[in-house]
Ligand binder design. Structure first.
Ligand code: EPZ
Length: 443
């Protein structure tokens, strides 16, 4: 059902907000939990649709996953009754491909539908296959399924042509139960990779060097230590809220963050002129009315995160002057540009380069969220725009942001969510007859 977020622009965001657990760490850790038997307790797990989907896949395979708190689950996988993940569930969530490594290591055999490309790029899995084959897996594609078999995986040296997050995570999980030592060279260094490694080590794995470009794994016979693990905060959710604060020229405190995880963005926002004070686990952000244009190049961590590119494009669309954005990770991640142009932005896209000419203001319009981060970017654009913006296809936003509009409303934004039947979910304030009878959120 097509969900919408209706945004009325022009308010400065003010106040304090806490960040949820990291989607991309929680997804990998939930897949990694299939390597262990029982007694895994995870907290700071974001209750978002992507996490709900991976839990559906895990339950189908035989795991018992129970939410015991709004942001915490217990998982036990005494045995995996099924070795094949169903297409209907997997097609909803690309990250199901992170089950390949752990299920292969634990069961010696697995069939997973080959995830197709998505809106932002082709996203092949050649590096995953290359790494798992090096560990001795036989991989084939049959009727759209990846079929992987291995009596016992053997440690190996794997050089990744590109520091792929997913390939690093899949190979690392498989290597935990392989015979001997595995080296992953040119590994991804993202904080989510490190969080997965820390979780696996707490289960009894022997992983060294996560967060550097060489990860060494000494295989063990089994993983099964009882564990109570807390997922890291979501640096991309934190970054999205930081950009929203600066875009509305607001003043916001963001709590429960790990500042160094989002340093490339902090540096860019400071370059634009935002005042950012970092505490141990909190950011204080204040933005002047006048901001400066900047150039951005997305890179693997610790470079500028591609998952923040769309949101920063929206911000730069009203910063006077010329900004340049180069997208080095995905070949098709500028779709938000055409939606921003509908709001009056001046953005030229040439392949992986976008040239943003700042305009004095954006105007409300009906726009479509083509992917998760583009959706968040359009809500931010709506917060800056004159008049009302209707972001349709908003269900993609809930894949990665829990209660997105409610949290922005707590910071003073004027917005509402609606499902396809125009039923508005409202908290508090009486509606104004001049408006479309869209009550706004107030706690
Ligand atoms: C993870 O995706 C994140 N998803 C993505 O976040 C994020 O954009 C990406 O890392 C990069 O930071 C999860 O963690 C669930 P990659 P992943 O493998 O693992 C190419 C979001 O918005 N590649 O590092 O799929 C690939 O096509 C999402 O939260 C190959 O060519 O990313 C892409 O261009 C979107 N062959 C690039 O590498 C391979 O075998 C980066 O992919 C693997 C990847």
């Amino acid at each position: 059902m097509d969900q919408k977020i209706i945004v009325r622009g022009g308010r400065r965001l003010k106040g304090r907000v806490r960040v949820n657990g990291a989607k991309n760490a929680a997804l990998a850790i939930l897949c990694g939990a299939t390597l262990a038997g029982e007694n895994v307790v995870l907290d700071n797990v974001p209750n978002i649709t992507d996490v709900q989907h991976i839990i559906q896949v895990l339950s189908f395979l035989g795991a018992r996953v129970v939410w015991w708190r709004e942001d915490a689950v217990t998982i036990s996988v005494p045995s995996l009754t099924v070795r094949e993940a169903p297409y209907d569930l997997v097609k909803k969530l690309r990250a199901s491909n992170l089950l390949l490594g752990p299920l292969l290591a634990r069961c010696g055999e697995v069939r997973i539908p080959l995830p197709g490309g998505c809106n932002i790029g082709a996203r092949p899995m050649d590096l995953h296959f290359k790494g798992l084959s090096a560990l001795g897996a036989e991989l084939s594609l049959e009727k759209g399924y990846i079929c992987a078999k291995a009596k016992r995986l053997r440690g190996a040296q794997v050089y990744l042509d590109f520091p792929s997050v997913g390939a690093t995570e899949n190979i690392m999980m498989a290597a935990c139960l392989a015979e001997g030592q595995t080296l992953i060279q040119n590994a991804a260094k993202e904080p989510e990779v490190v969080d997965l490694a820390n979780f696996l080590n707490s289960l009894g794995a022997r992983i060294f060097g996560a967060g550097t470009d060489v990860i060494r794994i000494e295989g063990v016979k089994e993983l099964g230590r009882p564990v109570h693990y807390s997922v890291i905060p979501d640096r991309i959710e934190a970054g999205t809220l930081m950009v929203a604060a600066v875009a509305t020229r607001g003043e916001v405190e963001i709590e429960g963050v790990i500042p160094r995880h989002i340093q490339p963005l902090t540096a860019k926002l400071r370059e634009m002129g935002a005042q950012i004070v970092e505490g141990e686990d909190v950011f204080y952000i204040k933005a002047p009315d006048e901001l400066r244009p900047v150039n951005v190049k997305t890179m693997p961590y610790p470079g500028f995160p591609t998952d923040m590119q769309s949101q920063v494009m929206a911000l730069l669309s009203t910063v006077p002057g010329t900004s340049l954005i180069v997208e080095n990770i995905y070949e098709n991640r500028f779709q938000v540009a055409q939606e921003l142009r509908r709001m009056g932005a001046q953005i030229k896209v040439e392949g992986r380069v976008a040239v943003v000419e700042g305009v004095p203001r954006l105007y409300g319009a009906q726009v479509r969220a083509t992917d998760l981060r583009a959706g968040a970017a359009l809500v931010i654009a709506g917060l800056m725009a004159e008049g009302e913006t209707e972001v349709v296809g908003a269900e993609v936003i809930y894949r990665g942001y829990k209660d997105f509009e409610k949290r922005l409303a707590r910071l003073g934004a004027d917005l509402a969510a609606a499902n396809g039947q125009e039923q508005f979910f409202a908290l508090g304030e009486k509606s104004d007859p001049g408006r479309r009878n869209i009550p706004t959120y107030r706690e």
